[in-house]
Structure formats: structure tokens, C-alpha cells
Design a protein around this ligand. Structure first.
Ligand code: PBG
Length: 330
């Protein structure tokens, strides 16, 4: 409505000061929204920067505990552990994934013992353990579904035995959530949660992560199991199925190019929705900031609030610590 030639309703009144802007903010970020991915490797007293992920490191287990301490002090309550498996321990069936004394299992135990209040999450997929770098077992050049699901369900139980509070299957095999729920319940882990990577796209944004774990597929790509970037209805179908199979949280991945998918999933499921702000998204912002082309802190916070606006309840992000420091004013 206008009064004479002037606007009667002035949106700028609600933007006029920091106080009023803060008061009418529709969305908020807090450190407890973040899931911090961490990379662990064998060895002692060493951390190696991931070349395509500036300021992000793979830690040996002793130093990982120091890193988790910092995350905790920043107010972060959950970590998602990824283990770098030595080449000689990889095979087609991902056998090392089930080793109770494996690096992942040791890392889970150590973090849980040192920080009892921290929610320890683990990635469930065979690629870091697979000689082919695929998320399931390979037979005649195909990634077979049902045999892979059997191994993945055992992997979930193995991580639960080590003390994982929640497992996060990222493999995109069919029926894995139901199989994992059943296997966990049968083994007495009915309180171990499942955060399903429900809508995981076959994305080029995972490149830096595959550098971090040396887990790039040895042949072909992941398009027969990860989703086609053209689709959104299919994401809703996958998330709905995962919810029915017992997922406690569903996730969309990657994040920034898939905010419409986050919104669509959010409107259909009644479990919390998380989003994975993946390695390539981190690399892009870091690279532009290094060149002085973008303000790193501002762009980081803008991307993160964008996830909340799209409907994400939780955000797995390599910016977890830095963003929490900004939120804490430290
Ligand atoms: C393993 C897995 C991947 C990521 C998380 N779990 C890589 C892939 O599927 O190839 C990617 C995470 C990132 O890029 O930050 N299945």
C-alpha cells in the first residue's frame, strides 16, 4: 500500500539496526547443529594437511583426541569418523572393515572413552576398505547389492560394539537401512541410531574427500548406486523408504547445489533432516578466499544459514569448528 507517492509499509524498519535484525531473524545457527567430520590415520604424533582441503588434516589417533577436545570446547557435540586404511589391508570384500581391532574401531573407542558426552558417528561404506574403491562388493564389474548389504550390516554392528552412538551408511545400496536396523537390534544395540545418507548424489564435489582417504573408484564411477543430479522426486522416495526402514535421521548430500532437495525431503519426512556440506564445497570457498576473492568467514556463515533456511536440522561440515568459534565470539 502506498500513501501519496511514498511507501506506507517499509520493510527497512526491520533492518534498521543490529538489534532489530537479530530480533526478527527467522533462522539461527548453533554449534550443536554441526557434525564435524574427522579423518584418522595410522601412526603417532602426526597430522597431514589434505592438499585439496586447506587447514583440514588427517590425524593419528593420539592427535585426533586433541582435535576432538578442541571441537568439544567449541560446543560441537558430534563427530563423524573416517579412517584411512593402508593399501595392503584393502580387498574386494572390505574385510578390514569388520576387524574389531581396526583403526576405525580403535578410534571410536578412544574418542568415546575420552569424551563420554560426545556423540560418535561412523561412516558405513566399503570404499575406504575396497581394493576397487567402490562402496560395495564388485563381481564381474558390477557392484552387487544384497551381498554388500550383508557386509555393511556387520560393519554397523562392529562400529556399535566399539561404541558408536550412531552409524551413518553412505553406500546407497538398496535395503541397507532395514538390514542394519535388524542386525543392530539382534546384537542388542537397539539404542544405536542410524543417520542414513538417503539422497546421496553421484557428485564431482567429493573429489577432495577421496584425496583425503585415497578412496577414488579404481574403475568406472558410482552412478549405478549414487543418485543422478537431475532428480528430486527420487530423493523424496529414498528418504521416505529409509524412514520406513528405521532411519532416525535422513541426510541429503552434497549441500550447496541441492538445497531444493533438502526442502523437498523436509516436507515429506518426520525425522530430522541433515545435510552434508561436502569436501568440494569446502575446497571452493577456501580456494576463493585464499585468492582474496571472497571473505571466508562471511561466505562460510552465509552458506551455513542457507542450509537451515532450506530446512536442514543438522549440518555435517568441515567448517564446524571455525563456524562455532564465530558463533561463540572467540
Ligand atoms: C564414502 C563417502 C564419501 C563421502 C562421504 N562418505 C565419498 C564417496 O561416496 O565417494 C564424501 C564426503 C565429502 O566429499 O566431503 N562412501
Amino acid at each position: 500500500m502506498t500513501h501519496g507517492q511514498f511507501p506506507y509499509i517499509r520493510g527497512r524498519r526491520l533492518r534498521a539496526s543490529a538489534a532489530v535484525r537479530r530480533m526478527v531473524a527467522e533462522h539461527d545457527l548453533k554449534p550443536a547443529d554441526f557434525i564435524a567430520p574427522v579423518f584418522v590415520m595410522e601412526g603417532e604424533d602426526e597430522k597431514i594437511e589434505i592438499p585439496s582441503m586447506p587447514d583440514y588434516y588427517r590425524h593419528t589417533l593420539d592427535l585426533l583426541l586433541e582435535e576432538v577436545k578442541e571441537l568439544k570446547e567449541a560446543g560441537i557435540q558430534s563427530v563423524l569418523i573416517f579412517a584411512k586404511v593402508p593399501e595392503e589391508k584393502k580387498d574386494n570384500k572390505g574385510s578390514e572393515a569388520l576387524n574389531p581391532g581396526g583403526l576405525m574401531q580403535r578410534a571410536v573407542r578412544a574418542v568415546r572413552d575420552a569424551f563420554p558426552g560426545m556423540l560418535v558417528m561412523t561412516d558405513i561404506a566399503m570404499d575406504p576398505y575396497s581394493s576397487y574403491g567402490h562402496d560395495g562388493i564388485v563381481e564381474d564389474g558390477e557392484i552387487v547389492n544384497d551381498e554388500s548389504v550383508e557386509v555393511l550390516a556387520k560393519m554397523a554392528v562392529s562400529h556399535a560394539e566399539a561404541g558408536a552412538g550412531m552409524v551413518a551408511p553412505s553406500d546407497m545400496m538398496d535395503g541397507r537401512i532395514g538390514a542394519m536396523r535388524e542386525a543392530l537390534d539382534e546384537a542388542g544395540f537397539e539404542h544405536t541410531g542410524i543417520m542414513a545418507y538417503s539422497a546421496k548424489y553421484a557428485s564431482a564435489y567429493y573429489g577432495p574427500f577421496r584425496d583425503a582417504l585415497d578412496s577414488a573408484p579404481g574403475f568406472g564411477d558410482k552412478k549405478t548406486y549414487q543418485m543422478d543430479p537431475s532428480n528430486v522426486r527420487e530423493a523424496v522416495k529414498e528418504a521416505t523408504l529409509d524412514e520406513q526402514e528405521g532411519a532416525d535421521i535422513v541426510m541429503v548430500k552434497p549441500g550447496m547445489p541441492y538445497l531444493d532437495v533438502v526442502r523437498a525431503v523436509k516436507e515429506q519426512v518426520s525425522v530430522p533432516v541433515s545435510v552434508y556440506n561436502v569436501s568440494g564445497e569446502y575446497a571452493m570457498l577456501k580456494a576463493a578466499a585464499e585468492k582474496g576473492w571472497l571473505d571466508e568467514e562471511e561466505v562460510m556463515m552465509e552458506a551455513l544459514i542457507g542450509f537451515k533456511r532450506a530446512g536442514a536440522d543438522l549440518i555435517a561440515t568441515y567448517f564446524a569448528k571455525d563456524a562455532s568459534k564465530v558463533l561463540n565470539g572467540s
